[in-house]
Design a protein. Structure first.
Lengths: 1079, 370
């Protein structure tokens, strides 16, 4: 069957902001899908609220709507574009849920739009636990026993039937939100309540526990002719009970016999056919009882997923691309295998290596925490090796979480250790390693952890070899054996009490270097022409020479996503690769994050799926012998390697490491500012607590404190007095961070600005000036911001521009620089400067229509800004519309965490609102972030004293717009004193109903609560947390309240409209064609 | 270390590794198999007689050896080559480790060599003769031994692996059989016998040298021509038997070597493939239904379909290299496939062929009774 010609225009739905449970894998799948559809000549329309994506680049789709992912906005886009079909299976759970919601409103029927990939019945059968159960029973498959409940009143008989522990799952949620495990009755009742609140359809599934069973996943594809293939099987190291996104997973499955595996495959085939996955990819999870092999189906996702992205990277088979082609009518045997080019897509990849994925947890933000069925990791690293041992150790060092491989933690007594081994947590693997180091038997560890002995024996081999290492000289034989077990130079250095450089020198001298083998989908059976490599220590590599006569540049990626370093940096790396290729240079990508576009074999000329450590990167550089290396796009990860690389005489493209140092070193940077006569907050560096006190007293409280050399504002705090400062320095010491503390004057109530600029050594192009909505003191990654600035006068902005120009030139920047400013009482202060790509580069690119990262790359390649950037833009012309960025927070995933903003970054992703003016774009950004601003109802207000003047103004406005005000006694008295009638509610503990009761009764539509500066667990915490859990908008910052009030006024007055990027750009005062082609 | 082992190829290449099976020396034709599971079935598949089998999947033996997955009474291959053999297998069905199993049966094996490098060599140069030795590491002497190993072409290996006398296949499938199938054993896999029993047949296995008259005396409803090792041409007796069975209008179903022997009996030719098909992921298209099945394959020789009379039609095609994978006679109830519908190891997509065989036998029975 060829492709369908009855459709011409297809709407693709993206997945919105990056959140825990839904990461940048959907940019990878969406970008691939769009490309595949356009290749076939279809006109493509995209809706996605996330600007930090390759898919929302104006060149990725014909019409790009950066609009909120709600049924209302989806319908507006459909009404404007009139596509014949919509493809929802590439945008994760968000896209599927949106499709179901829109279908229920009759949107598709009304506009005559066909749903491709998975029809609505299929989505319902897969997502609704009751329908799923019935479907599985119909085809005779075994499932865990289960019961669906819609309220929490009569749980006793259910609990009796299923026995404890009971698994709680909320229907239609992503990443298992709202789910959990109940070990006793009270917990069950509590969890059911929470799950009911989380489930949009108010259905909760209670299930027989299969905790401790083995967990497997199959990534499968099916076409319209009922052809079925398994792309990849995955086995989890962590047994059932941990969300698969939080498990260490291995591909292919390791411990199933062929018969056991084929039976699972047979079941998968029956499942997709029964559920009706007609065209595309699908993920199926199974649990297997290790005692007798009983196999049950856990769940199915009728769409591409995080696991399918992993499977694509693990096998080389581009699932999303093929899924898009199947959706428009192709059959598997009509599509080529892009990797081999010689065979067809209709086959099952055979691999001759082992792939290990390890989750990256935000332990530096939220500590070590237990794991359950709700996903908590923020990113992942994948590694490829010829044995599990090698790939695991590579994956662990790829995580950049401080471990250089499978290293234990030595700080626990035996009893605690055994407990930590038994219960899944964000650090369990390291506890298991410690247990093995201490000689605990595999049997004992398997008994308490339920981790399959096969995995434990593999781990034991690593640990046993470590003992050999400590006791023997590092001769060629031992060294080679160590490398084959995946030991890093850094690990060997630690075992041998030597430096990493010494180990490397010896290794090089003995000629023990990695060989690079191909990921080719077929285990070497057919020649492959795609240079997709991994390293291993074997006799020979696969020789696939680079094109001769072309300049070659290595781009270092950003590794696993983490808070503070996410998709934005991958976006920049992909843009850099495009820029290089456009000028006929060869791009060589190095990264270990399987979710990304950068690790698509298509995104660069040559791809190395490798950890971003000095050792791994240097080996690639020795093989590739590039003309340059780009370190400024991958965030802190490659930047941390810059000095070492420069020392090894590796040519760094763009800003030189010495210049990077000048910006990063406080003293040098301070001197530079002084010389340029640019203000910065008074500050000092303290090595001891006493020194910190002295500095703080000199500067005056409040002060901003942070450890040197941290990412994403880790442990950055505003401190108001001596006691708090002493407490802080004690905590910093315990967290064993860098010993020196930076103490800055905190500019209270200042406006903050973020500026992204590109410098070619002669000219400076101010790509974007963004004004934060929140005042200084909220981490820039967590604050909303607008482009252009929404409140500052031109005179201030002119100073900011001039400062940026002078600083960039002085720091000898070649490429990107990001500078943060605070503006207080008309004075402009520089907070910090980073000569690298910032988190806001993609946002600025989307807002201005100019490819900032690509332009920066061309500058690094020696082109001049005058030739690259339209003159008006170079002179500072800004868009006539406003773009507002809003951060998306992960608080709901971390019970007990206070959902308030501060100097330490906690957001996982962002959205963008784009409209004619600031209030409209702000309204859209809130809607896109899932914070639906109400247009009527009651508002609870409670603010710190400093905010009271503004509150008065805001409260008056809200009254005028028809809202009812509610407050506790003091605030209510205050408001009434100024003639604003205010309803009263009891403080927590001072009678019933109190504020929390009122929230629970849904008596409030908006909460305004600005926390006081001092750290105290007050009523405020309970209010914020309750509002969060009930999904009631809660604004914790007075400037945001102000913006929200303006936005509400707009929402009350007018209906919002939609417009694609391509139309917005027509109103720009400059052409959006940029780059060498311009001249 | 005293557990060293070497693999030498006829072109002089030597891989040094570690012994992981029996001590000694074994020569044969080296081939690679890309299946990621099912090493036990491969080890015990008589079709590998005379071969050194390299697994491309690097970690072998993870689930050990089970009691239920043997394809014959003992391993028939000459030697086994892996990147890493698991010493501590884990699976609830596991009865012993692969290393112990190999030692018990005297199979020489080598691990810790670059099996991908070996695979690429075999892919580019074609199947090469080789020798695995745990006894000596002298490269020149080993290479000479590799060159002295016998080639697959021209050897009647079916004679080596076939059963000695006729026997009834005992199985644990309880349903009452309504058909009787005679299986010509050229090295039959138990997976085939299990599939026949599961579709409702009483199964009688006969040696490769059995004459047509002796088979007919068993009054079977159909004859299955089994898989087996090596080159079909030297298996002359069997070709003769098949020729004699053809006019009887008895349903015949050929698998792998059985398919090639049927091709020769029908007057066609066979030829040797460069490095053969050995794996569990080969896409095959059924030309009748247009559907794709993912198949299990293990053959170094192939039937040249153009050499066959025009009554013989191609029914299945390999999508990777376009080679013919199945044929059927338009007048006789005779068909065959080059691949393994019984799988073991591999996907079960092609088991419908046993139902096709069953339908042909029922048709034949009906015609007889009319």
């Amino acid at each position: 069957m060829p492709k369908r010609d009855d459709i011409q225009k297809i709407l693709v739905i993206g997945s919105g902001a990056i959140v825990i449970g839904q990461g940048c894998e959907f940019d990878y799948s969406g970008a691939q899908g769009l490309k595949a559809l356009r290749e076939e000549g279809y006109e493509t329309v995209l809706i996605n609220s996330n600007p930090a994506t390759i898919m929302t680049d104006p060149e990725s789709a014909d019409r790009t709507y950066i609009e909120p992912l709600t049924p209302e906005y989806l319908e507006k886009v459909i009404a404007a574009e009139r596509p014949q079909a919509v493809l929802p299976t590439l945008g994760g759970q968000t896209a599927l849920n949106l499709t179901v919601a829109a279908a229920e409103r009759g949107v598709f029927k009304k506009h005559g739009v066909e749903v491709l990939g998975a029809n609505l019945e299929t989505i319902r059968k897969a997502e609704d636990r009751q329908l799923f159960k019935a479907a599985m029973q119909k085809i005779g498959l075994d499932l865990p026993r289960s019961v669906v409940v819609t309220d929490a009143t009569d749980l006793k008989p259910v609990a009796r039937e299923l026995g404890f522990p009971v698994i709680v799952r909320a229907s239609f949620t992503l990443g298992g939100t709202g789910g959990g495990i109940a070990y006793h009755f009270d917990e069950l009742r509590h969890r059911v309540h929470r799950a009911l609140e989380a489930s949009p359809v108010k259905k909760v599934l209670l299930e027989e526990s299969v905790i401790g069973w083995k967990e497997y996943e199959l990534e499968v594809m099916r076409d319209r002719k009922d052809n079925f293939v398994v792309i990849c099987s995955i086995e989890n190291l962590d047994p059932m009970g941990v969300h698969t996104g939080d498990s260490v997973t291995v591909a292919p499955a390791q411990t199933l016999t062929d018969r056991q595996y084929q039976e699972m495959r047979d079941e998968a085939k029956r499942i997709v056919s029964e559920i009706g996955v007609e065209t595309g990819g699908c993920n199926i999870q199974f649990a297997v009882d290790p005692r007798d092999g009983r196999r049950v189906v856990i769940e199915i996702n009728p769409r591409v997923s995080r696991s399918s992205a992993l499977a694509s990277k693990a096998t080389g088979f581009p699932i999303a691309r093929i899924a898009a082609k199947l959706a428009v009518g192709y059959a598997l045997d009509e599509l080529p295998n892009d990797i081999t080019k010689a065979t067809l897509a209709c086959f099952e990849p055979a691999i001759d290596y082992i792939v290990t994925k390890a989750p990256r947890f935000a332990t530096e933000k939220f500590g070590e925490f237990p794991l359950d069925t709700a996903m908590k990791s923020v990113g992942e690293a994948m590694a490829v090796g010829r044995t599990f041992k090698e790939s695991l150790q590579k994956a662990l060092r790829g995580l950049e979480s401080g471990k250089k491989g499978l290293e234990g933690r030595e700080d626990l007594d035996d009893e605690t250790l055994l407990q930590r081994v038994a219960g899944p947590s964000s650090a369990r693997l390291y506890h298991v390693a410690t247990a093995l180091e201490r000689g605990l038997s595999v049997e004992r560890i398997a008994e308490v952890s339920k981790i399959d002995p096969w995995f434990l024996n593999e781990l034991k081999e690593i640990k046993d070899f470590e003992k050999t290492l400590a006791a023997s000289p590092l001769d060629a034989e031992i060294l080679r054996a160590a490398k084959r077990l995946g030991f890093s130079d850094a690990q060997l250095a630690r075992c041998q009490g030597k430096s990493e450089a010494e180990i490397r020198a010896r290794r090089v001298r003995l000629g023990i270097r990695p060989s690079y083998k191909l990921i080719d989908t077929c285990a070497g059976e057919f020649p492959s022409s795609t240079p997709y490599f991994y390293s291993t220590y074997e006799n020979a590599g696969d020789f696939l020479p680079a094109a001769a006569g072309k300049k070659r540049v290595v781009i270092l990626g950003s590794g696993p996503n983490r808070i503070g370093q996410g998709i934005e940096f991958d976006y920049c790396c992909v843009q850099a690769s495009k820029a290089l290729r456009e000028l006929g240079w060869q791009s060589v990508m190095v990264n270990c994050n399987p979710e990304t576009v950068s690790t698509d074999y298509d995104a660069s000329d040559r791809l190395y799926f490798e950890p971003l450590t000095f050792e791994d990167v240097m080996e690639i550089i020795d093989v590739e012998k590039p003309d340059g290396v780009i370190v400024q796009f991958g965030g802190q990860t490659p930047l941390n390697l810059a000095a070492q690389l420069a020392k090894a005489r590796v040519p760094i493209l763009g800003t030189q490491p010495a210049a990077i140092d000048m910006a990063e070193d406080r003293r040098l940077f301070g001197a530079a500012l002084k010389k340029l006569k640019i203000l910065s907050p008074e500050s000092g560096i303290a090595r001891t607590a006493a020194q910190a006190l002295k500095i703080a007293r000199r500067i005056g409280y409040p002060v901003m404190v942070r450890p040197s050399y941290v990412l994403g504002g880790r442990m950055m705090e505003i401190v108001y007095d001596d006691a708090a400062l002493l407490d802080y320095s004690e905590r910093a010491r315990k967290a064993s961070l860098h010993p020196s503390l930076l103490v800055d004057r905190f500019l209270a109530d200042a406006a903050e600005l973020d500026v992204d600029a590109v410098c070619d050594g002669k000219d400076v192009w101010i790509a974007g000036v963004m004004e934060h909505i929140e005042e200084a003191g909220v981490h820039s990654g967590d604050s909303a911001c607008s482009l252009p600035s929404h409140s500052l006068p031109p005179s201030v902005l002119a100073v900011v521009r001039e400062h940026t120009r002078r600083l960039a030139l002085h720091l000898k920047v070649r490429g990107l620089i990001n500078i943060q400013y605070a503006v207080k009482d008309g004075a402009v202060y520089v907070l910090e400067a980073n000569p690298r790509a910032s988190r806001t580069v993609p946002f600025v690119s989307k807002a201005t229509g100019l490819p900032v990262a690509r332009i920066a790359t061309w500058v690094m390649m020696g082109k001049t800004l005058k030739k690259l950037v339209p003159p008006a833009a170079l002179k500072g012309a800004e868009p006539p519309y406003t773009a507002t960025k809003e951060a998306v927070m992960p608080f709901i995933k971390f019970p007990g965490v206070d959902p308030r903003l501060g100097p330490e970054m906690k957001s996982t992703g962002e959205v963008m609102g784009l409209d004619a003016d600031f209030p409209r774009s702000f309204a859209k950004s809130q809607e896109a972030a899932g914070l639906s601003l109400p247009t009527s109802g009651s508002v609870f207000v409670s603010v710190r004293d400093e905010d009271k003047p503004v509150l008065l103004h805001v409260a008056r406005a809200l009254r005028q717009m028809g809202f009812t005000l509610v407050a506790t006694r003091n605030t209510a008295d205050f408001l009434e004193r100024y003639g604003l009638p205010t309803g009263r509610v009891a403080k927590i503990g001072e009678g019933k109903p109190d504020v929390v009761d009122l929230l629970r009764q849904r008596g409030l539509s908006l909460v305004i609560n600005t926390p006081s500066g001092k750290r105290a667990r007050t009523d405020g915490y309970s209010i914020r947390r309750t509002a969060l859990e009930l999904d009631i908008p809660c604004i914790t910052n007075i400037r945001s309240v102000n913006a929200a009030v303006h936005a509400i006024a707009v929402l009350q007055g007018a209906t919002m409209s939609v417009k694609p990027l391509q139309e917005h750009y027509k109103s720009l005062p400059y052409p959006t064609q940029a780059g060498p082609a311009r001249s | 270390m005293n557990d060293k082992a070497w693999l030498a190829l006829e072109d002089g290449t030597v891989f040094a590794g570690r012994a992981c099976g029996a001590a000694g020396e074994a020569a044969g034709e080296s081939v690679f198999n890309t299946a990621m599971t099912g090493y036990q079935e491969i080890l015990t598949d008589p079709s590998y007689c005379g071969q050194l089998v390299a697994m491309t999947y690097p970690q072998i033996g993870n689930y050990g050896i089970t009691a239920r997955d043997h394809e014959s009474g003992r391993p028939r291959l000459s030697g086994f080559i892996v990147r890493e053999l698991c010493k501590t297998p884990s699976n609830y069905e596991c009865v012993e480790s692969v290393g112990d199993f190999l030692k018990k049966h005297g199979i020489v094996a080598i691990e810790d060599i670059d099996t991908r490098a070996l695979t690429l060599k075999l892919r580019d140069q074609g199947a090469l003769r080789g020798v695995i030795s745990t006894l000596e590491g002298d490269h020149r002497r080993l290479a000479a031994k590799a060159r002295a190993a016998s080639s697959m072409a021209g050897r009647n290996l079916a004679k080596v692996v076939t059963c000695e006398k006729i026997y009834a296949w005992e199985n644990d499938i309880s349903s009452q059989p309504d058909l009787h199938v005679a299986v010509m054993d050229f090295g039959v896999k138990r997976g085939i016998l299990r599939c026949l029993a599961a579709m409702g047949a009483k199964v009688t296995v006969v040696p490769a040298s059995t004459k047509a008259a002796d088979i007919l005396r068993l009054k079977p409803d159909g004859v299955l021509l089994s898989n087996g090792p090596g080159d079909p041409e030297p298996v002359a007796e069997a070709i003769e038997t098949i020729k004699n069975l053809l006019p009887e209008r008895l349903p015949l179903f050929g698998i792998c070597l059985g398919h090639q022997l049927l091709g020769l009996a029908l007057g066609g030719k066979t030829y040797k493939l460069k490095f053969g098909h050995h794996g569990a992921n080969h896409p095959v298209k059924d030309l009748e239904t247009g559907k794709i099945e993912i198949t299990s394959q293990n053959h170094g020789f192939c039937v040249d379909l153009n050499s066959l009379p025009k009554e013989v039609k191609t029914t299945h095609v390999n999508l990777n290299d376009g080679t013919s994978e199945g044929m059927a006679h338009s007048q006789l109830p005779v068909f065959s496939v080059q691949y393994h519908p019984e799988a073991s190891p591999g996907p079960h997509d092609s088991r419908y062929l046993f139902e096709r065989f069953r339908a042909k036998m029922l048709e034949g029975k009906e015609a007889m009774s009319r």
